[in-house]
Design a protein around this ligand. Structure first.
Ligand code: ZN
Length: 107
């Protein structure tokens, strides 16, 4: 059993070496692995808002969003074997994805 703490080379957080891979903590690995899906999610989310404001049908976009969320969940589960931790991380990624539109809008 090793309990050596190392610094994640991305976020700089101190984490047990057993939870790191390539010098990255699990949070950073998850963030990197779902980055493209998160962008896709943000794009669809904005599109849906736009459609909604025009009273257009958003059903199809809603399904696309759900699919992207499923794929994010799958990728996270590939990295994190602990179901509960995987769910937490997915929720965090989705919160980031859903919040992203505000950041982009403000630019
Ligand atoms: Zn990190």
């Amino acid at each position: 059993m090793s309990s050596i703490l190392i610094f994640c080379r991305d976020c700089g957080k101190q984490v047990p070496s057993s939870q790191t891979k390539d010098g990255l903590c699990v949070d950073c690995r998850v963030r990197r692995s779902v980055a493209d899906l998160r962008d896709e999610h943000a794009r669809l989310w904005r599109k849906r808002e736009r459609y909604r404001s025009q009273n257009a049908n958003t059903e199809q976009i809603g399904r696309q969003i759900a699919r992207v969320e499923d794929r994010m969940g799958q990728r996270i589960r590939e990295l994190v074997s602990n179901e509960r931790q995987a769910t937490d991380l997915l929720r965090k990624e989705l919160e980031t994805a859903r919040g992203q539109r505000y950041t982009i809008k403000g630019v």
